[in-house]
Design a protein around this ligand. Structure first.
Ligand code: GUN
Ligand code: FE
Length: 428
C-alpha cells in the first residue's frame, strides 16, 4: 500500500534557511511519492487509507552520507590514536575478519538491525575488500528495505598484507565481478570505493576510472581528513597541487558522476573550488572529526558557497549510528571552531543541521529528504512522550530537543519510498 495519508506534526526543510512546520497537518503519499502537505486535508484525499499519528513528530528520513558497516563491532572503543595509527591498530585488523563469511553474517546482521531501528532511511556505506561479505551486506540492507549505495573497498598499496588486494589487475577483475553480482538488488546499488589515495595505486585508480565509465557508477572516498595524511599524499603524488587532484586526474572527483568525499577538514581554496565546480558532496562527520583529533571541517563556509553538504556518522571513527547525534555534534563542533579557530564562520544552528541530515544529504539519492511535492516519501514518526516535560512545548521546541535527546525507541514507524518498514509503540 503506497497510497495513504499521514496525520501529525510535520517538519521538513525547503532550504538551508527554511524549516517548515505544519502542526496537526496532513502529508499525502501516492505511489511512493509525496504529493503535498496540508493544514486541512482536501476532500478528494479523504478516501485514502489513513495513519493517525496525531501528536507525534513526522520528519523525512535521514541520509547517512558516510558510514563503514564492517567497523560497527569496534564502535566506542579504540579511540586512543589519530587516523593512520587508528587504521593500523584497530580498523584493518577488524576489517580483515570479513574474509570469514560466518563472521560477516553475524556482524552485518547486528549492523543492519540497528540501522533499521534508527532514523536513517538512506545511507552510503563502505564494506571491505571482500566480495562475498560485501554482497551479503547488500542483501541484508536490501531485505531490510533501506535504500543504500554500498561499496566494495579498493586498496592495493600501503596496506597490511592481510588486507590488501593482490594487484591492480586483480582488484579490477574482482570489482567488476562484484558490480555484476550486485545488479540484482532493488534498494541497494554499487558505488566505487577507493579507500583513500594512500591505499590506492595509480594503476588501480586508472582501472576504477574505466569501470566508472563502463558502468556509470558514483564514487565515495575520503579527502583531506588529517594533516599527516595530506602530507603523505603530497609525497605519493608529486605532480598534484592538492589532494583532490589525485582523484580528479582519474575523473573520480565528480566530472559528471556523483561523488562523495568524507571530511574535507583541511581542504585549501583550490580544493574547495574544485569541490564546488564538480558538484562533489561533502560528508561532514563531526563525531569522527573529534574522536580522531582530525580537526573540524568549515561547514558554514561550504554551505555559504552552495556546496552539497550532508552528514555522516563515520562508524567507527564515530561511535554512534544516530544522525540525531551527528546533528547535535555538528552544532557543537561548529561552536568550538568559531570560538577557538575562526570567528568569521558563525556556528551552525538547528535549521542548517536538519537540512543537512535530510534534504542536503538526501540530494545524493535524487529527490529525497523533504515532504515537498514530487519527493520520494521517506518518513520517520517520532513519539517523544517518554521525554517528560513540565509544560507543553511547541513543535519547533520538540524537534530541537529531539536532536539532543532522541533515542531509537522514540522512533515508532519508518517509511521508505512509501513502504512501511516497521511500526511499534514506544516503551519507557
Ligand atoms: N581514511 C581511510 N580509511 C578510513 C576509515 O576507515 N575511516 C576514516 N575516518 N578515515 C579513513
Ligand atoms: Fe570514513
Amino acid at each position: 500500500m503506497r497510497k495513504f495519508v499521514i496525520k501529525g506534526n510535520i517538519c521538513y526543510s525547503k532550504s538551508i534557511n527554511e524549516l517548515c512546520i505544519t502542526q496537526d497537518g496532513y502529508v499525502v503519499c501516492e505511489d511512493g511519492i509525496c504529493t503535498g502537505v496540508y493544514k486541512k486535508l482536501p476532500e478528494h484525499y479523504e478516501i485514502l487509507p489513513f495513519y493517525d499519528y496525531t501528536d507525534k513528530i513526522i520528519i523525512p528520513g535521514f541520509t547517512d552520507l558516510h558510514i563503514h558497516a564492517p567497523q560497527y563491532p569496534f564502535r566506542g572503543f579504540g579511540m586512543d590514536l589519530e587516523l593512520i595509527g587508528w587504521l593500523n591498530a584497530h580498523t584493518f585488523p577488524e576489517e580483515a575478519k570479513y574474509s570469514d563469511i560466518e563472521y560477516a553474517q553475524n556482524a552485518y546482521s547486528i549492523f543492519t538491525t540497528d540501522l533499521l531501528n534508527s532514523a536513517t532511511t538512506r545511507a552510503c556505506v563502505f564494506g571491505t575488500i571482500h566480495i562475498p561479505a560485501t554482497i551479503l551486506l547488500m542483501e541484508k540492507l536490501d531485505n531490510a528495505g533501506i535504500k543504500a549505495y554500498v561499496g566494495k573497498v579498493n586498496m592495493d598499496r600501503n596496506s597490511p598484507e592481510y588486507l590488501c588486494e593482490k594487484n591492480a589487475e586483480q582488484a579490477f577483475k574482482d570489482t567488476e565481478q562484484w558490480i555484476k553480482d550486485s545488479a540484482r538488488f532493488e534498494n541497494v546499488k554499487p558505488i566505487l570505493t577507493p579507500r583513500f589515495i594512500p591505499a590506492c595505486s595509480d594503476s588501480l585508480m586508472e582501472k576504477l576510472s574505466v569501470l566508472q565509465k563502463k558502468y556509470q557508477l558514483p564514487v565515495q572516498s575520503h579527502l583531506s581528513e588529517n594533516t599527516e595524511e595530506i602530507q603523505w599524499v603530497k609525497e605519493l603524488c608529486p605532480g598534484t597541487a592538492f589532494y583532490g587532484e589525485a582523484y580528479n586526474k582519474y575523473g573520480l572527483f565528480g566530472n559528471g558522476f556523483p561523488a562523495i568525499m568524507a571530511h574535507c577538514i583541511h581542504s585549501n581554496e583550490d580544493e574547495i573550488n574544485l569541490i564546488k565546480e564538480q558538484n562533489v558532496f561533502v560528508a561532514h562527520c563531526p563525531e569522527s572529526n573529534t574522536n580522531l583529533s582530525s580537526g573540524i571541517a568549515p561547514i558554514r563556509a561550504y554551505l555559504n558557497l552552495g556546496i552539497n553538504t550532508g552528514l555522516g556518522t563515520d562508524i567507527a571513527a564515530g561511535s554512534s549510528l544516530s544522525v540525531f547525534k551527528a546533528m547535535a555534534m555538528a552544532i557543537q563542533c561548529s561552536k568550538l571552531r568559531w570560538r577557538l579557530q575562526d570567528q568569521s564562520l558563525a556556528p551552525l544552528g538547528i535549521k542548517e543541521v536538519f537540512y543537512m541530515a535530510t534534504k542536503g544529504g538526501g540530494k545524493f539519492f535524487g529527490k529525497t529528504g523533504s515532504f515537498e511535492k514530487g519527493y520520494e516519501f521517506d518518513a520517520v514518526i517520532i513519539d517523544d512522550s517518554t521525554i517528560k516535560h513540565p509544560y507543553k512545548l511547541n513543535t519547533m521546541e520538540r524537534l530541537e530537543r529531539l536532536v539532543y535527546l532522541a533515542e531509537d525507541k522514540n522512533i515508532v514507524a519508518k517509511f521508505v519510498n512509501g513502504k512501511k518498514l516497521f511500526e511499534r509503540t514506544v516503551s519507557n
